[in-house]
Design a protein around this ligand. Structure first.
Ligand code: RIB
Ligand code: CA
Length: 333
């Protein structure tokens, strides 16, 4: 990895899952960032699995980067049994009996991790690392925002040493986890509301943008042709995701799958990948009910509250897939 002198310092907070893994690979392979650390949180899978999956990816591509285990539960949502989890968790199998899902339990096709997670919890690590950094840090939050919300509760002054926060979360015309909410916000609505109101420079990348950040079956064939560890791994998980999208939520392009989290990384590499964005006031519904975790834009001209985030609404899908494949192709082993 080249010298880190003038690279943007970033921390990725992930619930590795398949699209988080691709975002991690893109960030590492871009060689454009000084990746200070990767913090893990429960979300797509329980914390042990999201941490194990993250360790496999980081061990493979950048074993010098610390992986720090975070929160295993959301802030408060699980205290109320009425606030049930996703309503699209039914198990669906294909004609061969193979379970169709967006995420695989473990990344068995990657070599076993050679790294262990650091001994500290991610919340304490985030406070110390952000507070003591000589340069401002950019956060890329692509899971439920429990870790960073808790860090803010522990010491809200850390926000003064944050360059920018890029969040994959929310959905305005698009949802996935309930009739009203996107998964990362749905899994910890209170955390999302705390982070959106922390006062930092926030770019929000919701499903409205990420549902056009897709890889297709043509991309799967291209990646398989490389015959590399990364190419075969991403081809496999993309094919699984395409099956899941075709089954649960067909997208604008037939036989394609969203790579939600990778769009946050590519946006920092080339903001032109986002073709429409606007500064809005966004809040998150908390406390349960049918709209639990819903992201709400206050677009009234008379809105009094501060416009707290730049909301990305449209994606250049061709630029996205071209950039992502160019990055993944760099892992030529
Ligand atoms: O709604 C999509 C988001 O939820 C992505 O970050 C995915 O990895 C899951 O965390
Ligand atoms: Ca994620």
């Amino acid at each position: 990895m080249g010298d880190t002198m003038n690279k943007r310092k970033i921390i990725l907070d992930v619930d590795t899952g398949t699209d988080d893994a691709i975002a991690l690979m893109a960030a590492i392979l871009s060689d454009a960032f000084e990746i200070v650390g990767v913090t893990t949180v429960a979300g797509n899978l329980p914390l042990p699995q999201t941490t194990a999956n993250t360790l496999r990816v980081v061990s493979l591509l950048a074993p010098h980067i610390p992986v720090i285990r975070g929160c295993a539960q959301p802030l408060v949502r699980d205290l109320d049994p009425r606030r049930k989890f996703c309503d699209n968790e039914e198990t669906v199998v294909d004609e061969t009996g193979h379970r169709i899902a967006f995420h695989v339990e473990e990344f068995a096709s990657l070599p076993p991790a050679t790294l262990q997670p650091s001994g500290q919890n991610a919340v304490c690590w985030l406070v110390e690392t952000i507070k003591n950094s000589p340069e401002k840090i950019t956060l890329i939050l692509v899971g439920p925002q429990t870790n960073f919300a808790t860090a803010l509760r522990a010491d809200e002054s850390i926000v003064t040493n944050i360059e920018q926060i890029v969040i994959m979360g929310g959905g305005f015309d698009e949802r996935n986890s309930s009739s009203s909410a996107e998964f990362n916000f749905f899994m910890d609505p209170e955390a999302a509301q705390i982070v959106l109101n922390c006062g930092a420079d926030i770019t929000l990348i919701p499903l409205d943008a990420t549902h056009h950040a897709v890889l297709s079956m043509e991309d799967v064939q291209e990646m398989r042709s490389w015959n590399t560890v990364v190419g075969n791994f991403v081809a496999d998980i993309t094919e699984e995701r395409i099956k899941a999208y075709n089954t649960f939520q067909p997208l604008f392009k037939p036989d394609s799958a969203s790579m939600h989290d990778a769009l946050c990384v590519l946006y920092l590499l080339n903001p032109a990948v986002i073709t429409k964005s606007e500064l809005f006031r966004v809040d998150v519904v908390t406390g349960g009910g049918v709209c639990d975790g819903q992201s709400i834009i206050d677009a009234r001209p008379t809105a009094k509250k501060r416009k707290n985030c730049l909301v990305c609404l449209r994606t250049d899908d061709e630029l996205f897939s071209r950039m992502l494949l160019d990055l993944l192709r760099r892992a030529n082993f």
